[in-house]
Ligand binder design. Structure first.
Ligand code: NTF
Length: 825
């Protein structure tokens, strides 16, 4: 089908398609059709168009032979797909009308869809936004990842505590994927390495694996917005290479007959639920190798399908490593080039240095991956040999040249960390191999240079760079906030969803009374809708005229949900002391999952829920405060919360949040930020201007100074009477009647364990900024202006800009390197 005929697809024709597909998905058409069946039928109807476009994209790609960008990521937080695909195909209104004729509201159909939650948080959601932009900008891109059977766990609260249960996203099948057996791969593991002499006397390494796993690819089409492109996200599922042991079965051993299969399938069974923490577990290591090996082999297969020699490989393929999780891909490419394709060492290494680039997403030491040498020895013995040689050449070459005879420096930069247990530093391998290394916001990239990798920055002065994160305005405004989108489209000429800077036109209307009213009316309608959702999810009634104050992100001490909690307690105390206190009613809305093994994070959830219970049922404060913790925070819930937010809480300890992307989504939807000078908050402040954001707290330099001079949270506690009384309150049984000390894990961390994230140091400043915010909200016109300015000035934060930055400054190898050298075989 051509784009012309597709644009003309009528409601009637689309309805006919749905009806056709209902034949397959509904058991009995003479009865009322269930929503799951209609969802599947609509998805199938959309897929007819999507796969058509995918085929023509592939043909076009083949003709153009353009460079391919390969994004390797262990996580993709895609969310639901239907609404977005309809918007990107410009079919939303058609589908809405067609389903209406069939007796369904399209929003109800969307609700039947399951989130694709194959990620933890920011890093995985960023990957999803980037796929959307890559397709929209018509880049020849492919995403690679793992086809987890269970994505991020589902969260419920029981007695105010987080309970996890498995995510069953594929229980009834996933309409947005197709299996591609023709691209299956075999992946070796374990075993030993043998050195064999060739007939000409040269020595060759042969790896005899102990086990072979099958990698089965599932392709998820990625639909570009208002364009012809459909790219692919290829997710690998692990299977046993030989399925079933008939001998064992016949001998009556049913369990053993299945065991190889069970073991192999474990690899892609579950996403590790840790955000910003490296999980040093063998299975995670195998997961990483499995998906890297499948992807690298697939990349080589795609290249060799169209080329007779390797001379153009580095021109045709770039591989972006999303954090250090896919670092083993470097060793796998080296291994294949050396052992399978018989490259010389130098040629193989040259090749690797030309194709890999690495993005760093965090400075937190606990997130910097290290794997034990022992694990390598057992699982990837050949890769370890290669790693040792890379290290040797690096230390004896570049390091020795820059710091001759400096053994301390050698130890510091080595790929191997010495100690009781020798560890491989994955970040070091990524940095020395990659032709570019980027951080994800300006301040973060500076800290990567100054604090994380200063020596590497000295060694490679042009390698470290910045690409500030971005978000797709298609999902995060057009699809999730239709009322605001319609209002914007009345004022802004052109396709703002494709060119987000156009929103700056709205600054002309920031003081226009009528526009302010319309803007705030949309916000109110969204708040009414969210109030209904809150009631449904928590049973709590909230007032849509209150300030909706939102903190939605993973639960982590550095993100400081407990700082928010302390301020809520301060307000509560003030109200109890003076019930007539003149503050705007406020609803504090939290959404966050805690890693199941992160004790303090779970205690913070518990404390917030306990405090919420008390406050929400306290008649003395006249409903001036409400606190709700919405369970099971995920992409589809974010899409409901964000359009209704007045205030965006971005309150991390300065220097700890690499960028943040929720900050961008909330501001784009007209929420005003209260935040620290951290991550992309700084760039948001630059865009919207100091008058339209509430900045508080210590700067990165001030935090560093505090650390140098010795930080003493107890002295702050003793010198700030309000803070002291709040902390003591939390330690009493006020919020957990009869159970003293039930919430003291938090106070313990703040007072006895050194308050690592400087919550107390920032409390007073935060509380003052909150007062200023409350005052600002009383001036409704002033607030409307601020909200409009936030939406208007978010142009920079479209993921289209980020992708263009990557494309121009990183992926176009030719611009960054001397003309790519052809590697001869
Ligand atoms: C996260 N990193 C950072 O914590 C966020 O600030 C950032 O916005 C996103 O990456 C995307 O760049 C991680 O999730 C990880 F895993 F690196 F810690």
């Amino acid at each position: 089908m051509t784009s012309k005929s597709r644009k003309n697809i009528t409601v009637k024709a689309f309805k006919a398609r749905i009806q056709h597909h209902l034949n397959f998905h509904a058991v009995d058409l003479s009865h009322s059709i269930d929503k799951k069946a209609i969802l599947m039928a609509v998805c199938s109807s959309v897929n007819e168009i999507v796969f058509d476009k995918l085929q023509s994209t592939n043909i076009r790609r083949h003709e153009r032979n353009s460079r391919s960008i390969n994004y390797l990521s262990l996580e993709y937080l895609m969310g639901r797909m239907l609404s977005n695909n309809l918007h990107n195909l410009q079919l939303f209104k058609t589908a809405q009308a067609a389903t209406k004729e069939l007796g369904f509201e399209i929003e109800d159909i969307f609700e039947e869809g399951h989130d694709l939650a194959l990620g933890n948080g920011g890093l995985g959601r960023l990957a999803a936004c980037y796929l959307d932009s890559l397709a929209t900008l018509d880049y020849n891109a492919m995403g690679y990842g793992i086809h987890y059977e269970h994505g991020l766990f589902e969260q419920q609260f029981y007695n105010n505590r987080q309970i996890e249960s498995p995510d069953e996203w594929r229980e009834y099948g996933n309409p947005w994927e197709v299996c591609r057996p023709e691209a299956e791969q075999e992946i070796p593991l374990y075993g030993h390495v043998e050195t064999v002499a060739e007939t000409d006397g040269t020595l060759r390494k042969v790896w005899h694996p102990g086990q072979i796993i099958k990698g089965v690819p599932w392709d998820v089409p990625i639909v570009g917005y208002n364009c012809e492109t459909v790219n692919v996200l290829r997710l690998w599922e692990s299977r046993a290479s030989s399925h079933f042991d008939w001998e064992a079965f016949n001998a009556g051993d049913y369990q053993d007959a299945n065991s190889a299969q069970t073991q192999a399938e474990t690899i892609s069974k579950v996403l590790y639920p840790n955000d910003s923490t490296a999980a040093g577990k063998e299975l995670r290591f195998i997961q990483q190798y499995f998906f890297c090996a499948c992807s690298i082999k697939d990349i080589i297969r795609r290249y060799l399908k169209h080329h007779d020699d390797w001379s153009q490989f580095a021109d045709k393929f770039v591989i972006q490593l999303n954090d250090t999780h896919p670092t083993i891909a470097i060793l796998e490419l080296m291994r294949l080039l050396l052992d399978e394709y018989r490259f010389s060492w130098d040629n193989a290494w040259q090749m690797c240095k030309q194709v890999f680039a690495y993005t760093n997403h965090t400075l937190l030491p606990e997130a910097l991956e290290k794997w034990s040498v022992e694990l390598f020895e057992t699982i990837l013995p050949r890769h370890l040999e290669i790693l040792y040689r890379i290290n040797e050449e690096f230390l004896n070459g570049q390091v020795d040249k820059m710091w001759p005879g400096d053994t301390a420096m050698r130890r510091k930069l080595s790929l191997i960390e010495e100690g009781q247990q020798k560890m491989v530093r994955m970040a070091h391998l990524s940095v020395i191999t990659s032709f570019k290394v980027n951080g994800v916001a300006e301040i973060h990239s500076e800290l990567v240079k100054q604090d994380l990798f200063p020596e590497f920055h000295k060694l490679y002065p042009n390698k470290l760079t910045n690409v500030t994160n971005g978000i797709t305005p298609r999902r995060w405004l057009k699809a999730c906030n239709p009322a605001l989108s319609d209002l914007i489209s009345k004022k802004v000429k052109g396709d703002w969803a494709k060119n987000l800077s156009l929103l700056s036109t709205l600054t002309d209307y920031a003081e226009d009374k009528k526009f302010q009213q319309q803007f705030m009316q949309v916000k109110r309608e969204n708040k009414v809708k969210l109030s209904e959702e809150i009631k449904k999810l928590t049973g709590v009634s909230v007032n849509p005229d209150a300030i909706f104050d939102v903190q939605i992100k993973r639960l982590h001490e550095y993100k400081r949900q407990h700082l928010n909690l302390l301020h809520i307690l301060a307000l509560y105390r003030r109200l109890l002391e003076n019930p007539r206190l003149d503050i705007n009613p406020r609803v504090f809305i939290f959404g966050a999952k805690a890693a199941p093994g992160y004790y303090l994070a779970k205690e913070i959830i518990y404390a917030i829920n306990c405090v919420a219970e008390k406050i929400n049922n306290d008649a003395r404060i006249n409903d001036k405060l409400k606190v709700v913790f919405l369970p099971n925070y995920r992409v589809s819930l974010a899409e409901k919360i964000i359009p209704a937010a007045d205030v965006s809480e971005q309150i991390s300890t300065a220097g700890k949040e690499a960028s943040g992307t929720g900050n961008m989504k909330l501001a784009l939807n007209g929420a005003v930020t209260i935040g620290t000078l951290d991550g992309a908050n700084i760039e948001i402040a630059e865009e919207v201007g100091d008058d339209n954001i509430f900045i508080f707290g210590k700067t990165v330099d001030e935090i560093k100074a505090l650390n140098r001079q010795g930080y003493d949270p107890v002295s702050i506690y003793n010198s700030e009477p309000e803070l002291k009384s709040i902390i003591d309150w939390l330690d009493s049984d006020y919020f957990t009647p009869g159970k003293f000390g039930e919430l003291s894990a938090i106070t313990q961390s703040l007072l006895n364990d050194g308050d690592h994230y400087k919550v107390l140091a920032d409390f007073v400043s935060y509380s003052q900024a909150q007062e200023a915010l409350d005052k600002a909200y009383k001036d409704q016109a002033g607030w409307a202006k601020m909200a409009i300015m936030n939406t208007a000035m978010m142009g920079k934060f479209t993921s289209d800009r980020s992708i263009e930055d990557y494309a121009n400054n990183i992926w176009s190898l030719d611009k960054n390197l001397p003309a790519t050298q052809a590697v001869k075989l």
